[in-house]
Design a binder for this molecule. Structure first.
Ligand code: BTN
Length: 280
């Protein structure tokens, strides 16, 4: 993509000018302020909004992160968007499709960021977007109708783009970063959003076409958790430490717990949801 002038304003026209997708973003709702773009997209999905609808906000007043955390969402230059996927998926692949959507979204965000900024993001399992070891973005997927022929997934993507790191609340400042502070220049959000949507559309089509092995390989190549010693906190509070070994065919993280043999001597711990910390 050619370098456009960096504008502080995120407008529908600016997004459309860069959009190269067939379905994602063909309907765009741009809001100045909303509690959460995911909540807004879920409401639109109940009103039968079409596949590919994108909700973008300048600011969220109750932005939500994974594991019921808050997502810091001030105005002034970040990206808060939610993409509505409504696909008819064959019953035997539906569960697998749903479990891979959050991971391929992390990949799409990382690839879009790289294309627009030249930075080299990686992913902390499942889909934290890290730049220089610090968190620059995250993904929150919420599904309705998971057991139905046409489930609806709202994919929420938050990327710290142009906000100053000093403006983050103190408790986040240590582990958070922004693309502008890593790249040393302001980043045009419309260009970035269009790039992420294109990368996401390509991968979600590939996933629907059953190309999960290729996507899994691409995910593993970007996932900096693999090979690391980690601490995982499971929902409910139990924690385990060990070495992250592989990604399962359902997108789960396999961990060889400390004290067990890494040569296949024991069963790995299979983590489907939880919080991972990379240990030194
Ligand atoms: C995480 O890493 O915890 C996930 C963060 C996801 C934040 C995005 S911002 C847009 C969308 N709306 C929300 O309320 N959350 C997601």
């Amino acid at each position: 993509m050619s370098a456009p002038p960096v504008s502080g304003d995120l407008t529908v026209d600016a997004i459309r000018a860069h959009l190269q997708t067939n379905s994602l973003g063909q309907t765009i709702r741009l809001l100045d302020e909303t509690p959460s773009t995911n909540t807004a997209a879920l409401a639109l999905s109940r009103d039968r909004a079409p596949h590919g609808t994108v909700v973008v906000a300048e600011r969220q007043t109750a932005g939500r992160g994974r594991l019921r955390r808050e997502w810091f969402s001030p105005s002034g230059g970040n990206l808060y968007c939610s993409v509505l996927l409504r696909r008819t998926i064959a019953p035997h692949v539906r569960e697998r499709w749903l479990s891979w959507i959050p991971l391929i979204t992390g990949v799409a965000a990382a690839r879009g960021i790289r294309r627009v900024t030249g930075l080299d993001p990686c992913l902390k399992w499942p889909n934290d977007i890290l730049v220089g070891g610090k968190k620059a973005g995250g993904v929150l997927c919420e599904t309705t109708g998971a057991g139905e022929a046409t489930p609806c997934v709202v994919i929420g993507i938050g990327i710290n783009v142009n906000t100053a790191v000093e403006d983050f609340p103190e408790e986040f400042r240590e582990q958070a970063t922004t693309l502008a502070s890593e790249a040393g220049v302001l980043i045009d959000r419309a260009t970035l959003l269009a790039a992420v949507l294109l990368e996401l559309e390509t991968r979600s089509e590939a996933l629907a076409a059953g190309q999960d092995p290729d996507l899994a390989r691409e995910y593993s190549g970007l996932c900096s958790t693999l090979g690391q010693r980690v601490r995982v906190s499971l929902i409910g509070g139990t924690t385990h430490e060990g070495r992250a070994s592989t990604i399962g065919s359902d997108g789960s993280l396999h961990i060889v717990p400390d004290g067990t043999r890494e040569d296949g001597g024991g069963d790995p711990l299979v983590v489907r949801a939880g919080d991972v910390t990379h240990l030194r």
